[in-house]
Design a binder for this molecule. Sequence first.
Ligand code: IDP
Ligand code: MG
Length: 140
Amino acid sequence: MANTLGIIKPDGVRRKLVGRVISKIEQSGLVIRGLKILQLTPERAEKFYAVHEDKPFFHSLVEFMTSGPIVALVIGGHGSIEKWRELMGATDPARAKYNTIRREYATSIEKNVVHGSDSAANAKIEVSFFFREDEILPRE
Ligand code: IDP
Ligand code: MG
């Protein structure tokens, strides 16, 4: 019953998709255990995406992720990591399945509206990147 980190990226906040994304999470049976709105500094965004620092899209990704406010979410519930990745859809919206957030709303492989942790180890690291222990609701 691990938690995972979700982010509604600057494109999603700018385009007023926050409600729709949260609605999909709740309707799927997953639970919101933490929520905040904030804007990343370049230093914080570089740290968050450090695993991609050698990729050609790294600079552009950091610029995009700092271009406006984001919503950070702690998402809990059974199989939250896999379920949230499934709800998001593939990184490239052209390859994402129908009814996924990225298929419905993403405008490019970069501006793809949402982030989700990709493993239990990363979920733990990424949740604690944005949330203190006392900012997360305990499991029922
Ligand atoms: P993920 O978000 O589906 O886990 P990652 O490969 O971890 O995908 O990439 C992190 C983020 O970097 C993506 O969500 C997207 O915003 C951006 N990105 C990934 N691949 C590309 C690319 O080929 N061009 C531009 N941006 C990319
Ligand atoms: Mg990733």
